[in-house]
Design a protein around this ligand. Sequence first.
Ligand code: 5GP
Length: 122
Amino acid sequence: MAYDPDNVFARILRGEIPCRKVYEDDHVLAFHDINPQAPVHVLVIPKGAYVSMDDFTANASDQEIGALFRAVGRIARELGVAEPGYRILANAGADAHQEVPHLHIHIFGGRPLGRMLPDSAG
Ligand code: 5GP
């Protein structure tokens, strides 16, 4: 899938849409999800134009890749969910219902999170 420079996270990165920022460095921005599915629901995104995890890991620099994953762990610790636990999730493509075509890692926490996947399809 080609990168759409007008997707909502590209617009957040350009400052065209506000966000509730929780972390930022040279390569990464993290902010609260607008429609949280758990008491902690943060989105961690690379600043570069990558659609998905497969795009990112094929085309991003080692520095960008390291920065994204270090940020995820750091944010989990700083938001106080490293204990008792949290979940990370990155949807890619139609089968995963990816809504925003800019790579984002969800961090969920703050309550028991249930099973890894819903039992039913859809
Ligand atoms: P996906 O289904 O692509 O993995 O998740 C997209 C996520 O982006 C959803 O959880 C949705 O609530 C969130 N989202 C969509 N638009 C906005 C927005 O404008 N601001 C923020 N903070 N989150 C958004």
